[in-house]
Design a protein around this ligand. Structure first.
Ligand code: XIL
Length: 479
């Protein structure tokens, strides 16, 4: 009998540039392909990060402060990954070990390692029932909200501008889809999640804010509950931007509904990310298990590439010698893409091959600057708002687009985007906005929850349409 897919309580103990002509030709091909909405094969690359970037994704790893002293490990991490999640250093027990007394030293070391190697940072994590210092659970319940908001505000302000995203709330669910009865729930009920997201957004308006959990990779009671919560938070205008699928898998057990599950969250207008993948094997691992592990990693990468809003994949560590798995799941190990001698395993080859082969839909949002997608059409800048349209997917007879509406130098309270279809296109489904259509003219107004934008802030809406992909000129006005 395999143990459950996660411990109840994690144990604490333990190329240079191409020639100009070639580059131009490739750029032109990319622009043409994006303009007509074709999925593009990526150029083969020899590292996870280069290959992921060519797909508009990132590939990340978790690093601890202890890892930073290991030259072999950090060289490998810097060569292969472009995103870092601190393994423990931004958790509550590390950052506010006693009430009101903050310590960001270890987290800062991870951030400066990332910055000096051109890597971005996923902040992890602001509110979690585990690795929570005992003093928090000793606080009177009527003070918990202010303790929580003070923790979030102080930490997110400290890292403002330095993190790409925050796992604002970590692991809020029980396996049956009920919320854990932790101290935050006891004090505020389910509202603690909205309160936490709002506090994080106020402190760092540019960070992508996530709810992160495990055993939500497939469609099941737990992910269904999170899906309903996400819908409800978005409908109330709560700043939720992404869902983190931890992905602590057992070899051979990647759920078959992974891609469909990612897609349903993406269809709400959320980013999705694989945030902590590892794939553990009962020890000792034999070669067929290592091959199966490769198939598992390939399947996860392919699912992410197939979902335009899947922004990236992060492994929870680098090599088998430094993974948390053996200490937390006795009898299991070998869960990483490199073995304890830093030799790449079949999983590494499979992940890289998946990134390098086939086609994918360009990442629709939050992609690194090297994203190959776009050929966006932008409305004139300088008014109350501007709007940009891009094709994120297309197929015979239809396509999917995403429109980003951005407020100008002043806040807007409501927005209206208009365009005219050039070739008889018709919208089949539109989300995060309300449409009215007259012949070939389309008007989209904000939904009830995304009309108010601070100066420079943006909202997105999306749609699927019939006909050939087009990027018409847009106008944006407020309201
Ligand atoms: C783990 C760390 O890797 C361990 O060092 C620590 O003892 C326990 O936590 N889900 C999460 C991560 O969100 O923060 C956990 O990290 C692994 C499970």
């Amino acid at each position: 009998m395999k143990p459950p897919n996660h411990p109840k309580q994690p144990g604490r103990s333990r190329g240079r540039a191409r020639g100009l002509a070639g580059g131009l030709a490739a750029a032109l091909a990319a622009v043409t392909a994006a303009a007509v909405g074709l999925a593009m094969p990526a150029q083969a690359a020899s590292t996870l990060k280069a290959s992921a970037e060519a797909r508009g994704r990132y590939f990340g790893t978790a690093l601890t402060r202890g890892d930073l002293g290991n030259g072999t490990l950090t060289n490998l991490a810097a060569a292969e990954f472009d995103m870092v999640t601190p393994g423990n250093e931004m958790k509550w027990d590390a950052t506010e070990p006693s009430r009101g007394s903050f310590n960001f030293g270890s987290g800062d070391q991870i951030v400066s390692f990332a910055q000096s190697h051109g890597m971005r940072v996923r902040g992890h994590t602001l509110v979690w029932h585990a690795q929570l210092p005992a003093w928090v659970t000793g606080v009177q319940l009527n003070q918990i909200q202010s303790v929580m908001e003070n923790h979030i505000t102080t930490e997110a302000t400290h890292y403002k501008g330095k993190v790409y995203s925050w796992d604002v709330v970590n692991e809020p669910y029980n396996e049956d889809g009920t919320l854990r009865q932790d101290v935050f729930y006891k004090a505020m009920g389910a509202n603690y999640i909205a309160n936490a997201l709002r506090a994080a957004h106020a402190a760092d308006p540019n960070a992508k804010l996530y709810i992160n959990d495990y055993n939500i990779e497939g469609i099941n009671a737990k992910s269904n509950a999170l899906y309903s919560l996400a819908q409800s938070l978005l409908s109330q205008g709560v700043p939720l931007h992404g869902i983190g699928l931890e992905s602590h898998f057992v070899v051979g057990q990647v759920p078959s509904s992974l891609q469909a599950n990612m897609q349903r969250f993406a269809d709400l207008g959320l980013d999705v990310a694989v945030t902590e993948i590892d794939d553990r094997i009962p020890m000792p691992a034999d070669s067929s298990e290592l091959q199966q592990q490769g198939a598992d990693y390939g399947k996860v990468v392919n699912a992410c590439l197939a979902v335009s809003r899947c922004v990236g994949v992060s492994q929870w560590g680098v090599d088998d010698g430094h993974s948390w798995i053996p200490g937390t799941f006795p009898g299991y190990g070998a869960a990483m893409m490199w073995d304890s001698g830093y030799k790449p395993k079949p999983a590494y080859t499979a992940a890289l091959n998946a990134l390098n082969s086939g086609t994918s839909s360009p990442s629709a949002s939050s992609s690194p600057s090297s994203s190959p997608s776009a050929s966006p059409s932008r409305s004139p800048i300088g008014g109350a708002c501007s709007a940009t349209i891009k094709t994120v997917n297309s197929w015979g007879g239809g396509f999917q687009s995403e429109v980003t509406v951005q407020a100008g130098s002043a806040p807007v309270n409501g927005w209206t985007v208009k365009w005219t279809w050039p070739g008889g296109q018709t919208i089949s489904s539109l989300w995060n906005g309300t449409q009215s259509v007259s012949g070939s003219s389309v008007t989209v107004r904000n939904a009830s929850y995304n009309g108010s934008l601070a100066a420079g802030a943006s909202a997105t809406f999306g749609f699927t349409a019939n006909g050939s992909a087009a990027t018409p000129a847009l106008t944006c006005a407020s309201p």
